[in-house]
Design a protein. Structure first.
Length: 92
């Protein structure tokens, strides 16, 4: 899953630091179940996250644990996407 922005804030909208969230996930893997599904779009043959800060935490978690993660996602249609892109995204 790719980012949709080149940079992200170091804090979530509620003020929590990304690093603190990462540390919570490292200390208690069950916390992963508390994370809401990540919203993604299919664009130019790739999945892109709408939730870049959440994606950052999950990517750092996977890198630190040297493991693949399975996370819940919600597939969203991209505004202005062609019918072909919307159908391809839905089928993946």
């Amino acid at each position: 899953i790719y980012y949709t922005h080149d940079t992200i804030s170091r804090r979530f909208k509620d003020g929590r630091a990304l690093q603190a969230t990462l540390e919570e996930l490292l200390n208690d893997p069950r916390k992963l179940e508390d994370i809401p599904p990540m919203r993604v779009m299919f664009y130019h043959g790739k999945f892109h996250s709408i939730d870049n800060r959440r994606l950052w935490c999950l990517k750092r978690l996977a890198e630190t644990k040297n493991a693949d993660l399975q996370v819940r996602v919600e597939l969203h249609a991209m505004a202005g996407a062609s019918r072909r892109e919307r159908v391809a995204g839905r089928d993946c």
